[in-house]
Design a protein around this ligand. Structure first.
Ligand SMILES: Cc1cc2nc3c(=O)[nH]c(=O)nc-3n(C[C@H](O)[C@H](O)[C@H](O)COP(=O)(O)OP(=O)(O)OC[C@H]3O[C@@H](n4cnc5c(N)ncnc54)[C@H](O)[C@@H]3O)c2cc1C
Ligand SMILES: CSCC(=O)[O-]
Length: 405
């Protein structure tokens, strides 16, 4: 490392675990690291350990297609996703780390009358919640994104679009690194290569700590933020979660000159696309249709997705794909997250973000830290309980997911 410049290994500490902490966060993804950061900066709780079985940011946080938006349908969703979107705006300054947030616009395409009705409902609901979203004709959509094919001869012609201009992208790795550095600088221990293998409870049922591959670590408060493995860990505490874990794939092309100015998403043809600052086309798909903890997926999904991309953008039919990968997304029955206390005293859970939790990272960490610190949910995450799946008070955002899952 250059003299005085901190090398990667010095950007955050890698201490041996202590015997006990005030709070343990399971999972060093964006949500877990953001939670630890806000525990330290907002609530002054720094005797915290973030336990990560692999390397920080190596889960879905490092595998997603970085789309950021808040154009969901219900008031509760508007609350959490727009809270996050407002935090994205100043996050680079907050962390003193360039997270490369780019409000380049997220455009969702309509291909039939059903899509028009669903997307226009979102536009009206968003505006009632003070969230920007506007309806475009096919011609206006093409003006905003010139390579878009609006031919009426297309198999699924574009008949309109909903545009959220504040939506966009960010550099996912930088978000994890920025939060990790900020938390570590305030005394938080980030302990990688430390898999949680059990959750210990006292005779009165309260959590007392976790068993790990590096021994028992005590804590009276444990927050589980493990995405696709959240149900596995909650099972260790005797809590059965309404989650299913699916592979979700993405792929990138060879880098080319700037050509896609925004994010374009199509729920009907199951594809979405943006272009990274390096010039790669970043392409996403719907989930594979079987539950799995593998971080890969079926080739047929990618084939179908590329068919759709080539229909929407014929100029890309000869692009070469560089690589594809997958993550494990934890999906709830109503496609909304669970950010809540649990029936186990001292145990909290933040999961169920499915295919769309990267965009919520700052907002999720902020309110989950509040929930752990105060042992009471923040008003923004209060509706996102586990109990809603028993009471039926669902927050059904399946249509807003913009991918088939
Ligand atoms: C291909 C793909 C594309 C996506 N695209 C988008 C998008 O464009 N926009 C968007 O908003 N969302 C997107 N998502 C979803 C988004 O990535 C996730 O919802 C979000 O990143 C979840 O963040 P997290 O911090 O909860 O999870 P993660 O980053 O997965 O962190 C969880 C961590 O827990 C660790 N862990 C698991 N079990 C244990 C254990 N027993 N002990 C210790 N640690 C453990 C894991 O190793 C992991 O590092 C996408 C996801 C995928 C897979
Ligand atoms: C993986 S789809 C990303 C989103 O929901 O904005």
């Amino acid at each position: 490392a250059m003299r005085g410049h901190k090398g990667w290994e010095e950007q955050w500490s890698s201490p041996e675990p202590k015997k006990e902490y005030d709070v343990i966060i399971v999972g060093a993804g964006g949500h877990g690291l953001a939670t630890a950061y806000y525990l330290a900066t907002v609530h002054g709780i720094t005797n915290v350990a973030v336990l990560e079985k692999g390397w920080l940011g190596g889960g879905n946080t490092g595998r997603n297609t970085t789309i950021i938006r808040s154009n969901y349908l219900y008031d509760e969703s508007a609350g959490i996703y727009d809270h996050a979107l407002k935090l994205w705006d100043g996050l680079s300054q907050e962390l003193n780390y360039n997270v490369m947030y780019s409000a380049r616009g997220v455009m969702m395409l309509a291909h039939n009358v059903h899509d028009i009705q669903v997307l226009k409902r979102h536009v009206h609901a968003n505006r009632l919640n003070g969230i920007d979203n506007e309806w475009l004709t096919p011609e206006q959509a093409k003006e905003f994104c010139p390579p878009l094919n609006i031919s009426k001869q297309a198999r699924y012609p574009v008949v309109g679009a909903a545009l959220q201009r504040r939506g966009g992208t960010a550099r996912h790795d930088a978000v994890a690194w920025g939060y990790a550095r900020g938390a570590s600088a305030r005394g938080v221990h980030i302990i990688q290569n430390c898999e949680v293998t059990g959750v210990k409870r006292a005779a009165n049922g309260a959590v007392t700590g976790v068993e790990t591959t590096r021994g028992f670590i005590g804590a009276k408060k444990v927050g589980v933020v493990a995405a696709g493995h959240s149900s596995v860990i909650m099972n260790m505490a005797g809590v059965r979660m309404p989650l299913e874990s699916y592979p979700l794939q993405a792929l990138v092309s060879e880098p080319v000159k700037p050509v896609v100015p925004c994010v374009v998403m199509s729920n009907t043809v199951h594809a979405y696309i943006s272009q990274s600052d390096k010039g790669e086309l970043v392409i996403g798909a719907g989930t594979d249709q079987y539950v799995s903890y593998s971080q890969t997926g079926g080739l047929h999904i990618l084939q179908h997705t590329l068919d759709a991309i080539c229909e929407m953008f014929p100029i890309f039919t000869r692009m070469k794909m560089l690589r594809s990968w997958g993550g494990i997304v934890d999906v709830t029955p109503d496609r909304s997250p669970i950010l809540a206390k649990t029936p186990v005293p001292g145990l909290y859970v933040n999961c169920g973000w499915g295919t769309g939790g990267f965009k919520a990272t700052p907002g999720s960490g902020h309110v989950f830290a509040h929930t752990i610190a105060r042992d009471d949910p923040h008003p923004i995450n209060a509706p996102f309980t586990i109990e809603r799946f028993r009471t039926g008070r669902l927050i059904d955002e399946a249509a807003a997911a913009a991918v088939a899952h």
